[in-house]
Design a protein around this ligand. Structure first.
Ligand code: ADP
Ligand code: MG
Length: 397
């Protein structure tokens, strides 16, 4: 068991807190406050206990000097201060005298945010490559370390693994703890029936998730782009749909080994090209995709079938949209599956994955889920059964 924030003595301590403030910014404005709001419980705990909260995060990617202007965390400091109704000291440096002095001057209960950790990537990718000197330096700025950034937990960076490996005490923050417990609940002790839904673009991206869930779930519904490789393996016509020829044998192997578990779409909404357009459905034979068209969503018979599979589920895990939700005419399948999950009154449901979560949020269906994961890649690697370095590096109780 990993230490959590509740295991730490915080009063009077310099508490380093790695959060995920990688917020979307458009025309100089933050367009979603979700990540800032999600970090508040941990920050509040630290200041309420009389700790000095030294907060930091990455924001986007920094490849050249010119990227820095648009990727400063100053805008987040202003928002954080509003949210907490308290001063947030912003230091526009990631190291050096100015930062060190500001930390020395902090009083108990104060908050300081320092600049985007990835500014250090201009220095031979020091942050992203976990330069040992950088992790050690950041660790030297505090007494204890709290990691509350789930979104980067699948990466070994200086601002998570580097610090954790160089400090006396480390723990998970509330958000990280919540993510780990929600995803572990599903993977380790799901109440059954456990129905998993996997979608998205390619099997090759999701192979780890597919095979991990085929072992653990009672049913695995497969939609989105990867369904066509399976349908082709079954001998159906898939027209110009996305297919991975080199994965057909694997699809056949899974269909054989898990024939009672895999549930595939039984009809399709197609288009003539990969762009938004009217939905074409083969009315005479919904299982077969018409030549010259490609599958872009599931249609009503698949939804009926998937709803039936979900009806008695006690645990539901969803990763990957059912269709190309970027096109408004092909959101239907994803929306209907979200509705079906919303109706399950006594199931524990979790959704993870960058595009799936974005799709469900834009449809306004977050409340359908017991837990909406804040990590894209991190939640996928967690579901694959991998131990994430950002979590592994935290001290055990
Ligand atoms: P997540 O980020 O939730 O893990 P993925 O990245 O695996 O999901 O998949 C999302 C992508 O899958 C989207 O860009 C979407 O357009 C694509 N996709 C979904 N259905 C299809 C389809 N039928 N054909 C091609 N691409 C698809
Ligand atoms: Mg994605």
């Amino acid at each position: 068991m990993k230490k959590t924030i509740d295991d730490l003595q915080l009063n009077g301590k310099k508490v380093l807190i790695r959060v995920d403030f990688n917020v979307p910014i458009k025309n100089g404005k933050i367009t979603s406050l979700k990540r800032i709001i999600s970090s508040l419980p941990t920050i509040k705990k630290v200041i309420n206990e009389g700790g000095k909260a030294i907060v930091f995060s990455h924001l986007g990617r920094i490849k050249e000097e010119a990227d820095k202007e648009k990727k400063s965390l100053e805008i987040v400091a202003i928002e954080l201060s509003k949210q907490l109704n308290q001063e947030v000291i912003f230091i526009n440096e990631t190291r050096g005298k100015k930062l060190e002095k500001a930390i020395d001057k902090m009083k108990n209960g104060q908050i300081l945010l320092f600049e985007n950790t990835r500014f250090e990537d201009l220095n031979d990718k020091a942050e992203s490559k976990n330069n040992p000197e950088l992790g050690k330096y950041w660790a030297s700025l505090g007494d204890v370390f709290i990691n509350d950034a789930f979104g980067t937990a699948h990466r070994a960076h200086a601002s998570n693994v580097g610090i954790a490996s160089n400090i006396k005490e480390s723990a998970m923050g509330y958000l990280l703890e919540k993510e780990v417990s929600a995803l572990s609940k599903v993977l380790d002790k799901p109440e059954r029936p456990f129905v998993a839904i996997i979608g998205g673009a390619k099997i090759s991206d999701k192979i780890g998730v597919v095979s991990s869930l085929l072992e653990k779930a009672d049913k695995v519904i497969i939609g989105g782009g990867m369904a066509y490789t399976f349908n082709k393996a079954l001998g159906f016509n898939i027209g110009n749909s996305l297919v991975e020829e080199d994965k057909i044998d694997l699809a056949k192997e899974y269909l054989e080994k898990y024939k009672d578990k895999i549930v595939l779409p039984v009809d399709h909404a197609t288009g003539k090209s990969f762009e938004d357009q009217e939905r074409i459905v083969n009315k005479n034979n919904p299982l077969q995709i018409l030549d010259g068209t490609m599958g872009l969503d599931i249609d009503k018979y698949s939804i009926e079938l998937f709803k039936k599979e979900l009806e008695n589920a006690k645990t539901v895990l969803w990763n990957g949209p059912m269709g190309v939700t970027e096109f408004s005419n092909f959101k239907y399948g994803t929306e209907e599956v979200a509705k079906a999950i919303y109706k399950l009154s006594d199931a524990y449901s979790v959704i993870g994955g960058g595009d799936s979560v974005a799709a469900v949020e834009s449809l306004g269906f977050e409340q359908a889920f017991s837990h909406v994961s804040t990590g894209g890649g991190a939640s996928i690697e967690f579901l694959e059964g991998k131990e994430l370095p950002g979590i592994k590096s935290i001290q055990d109780k």
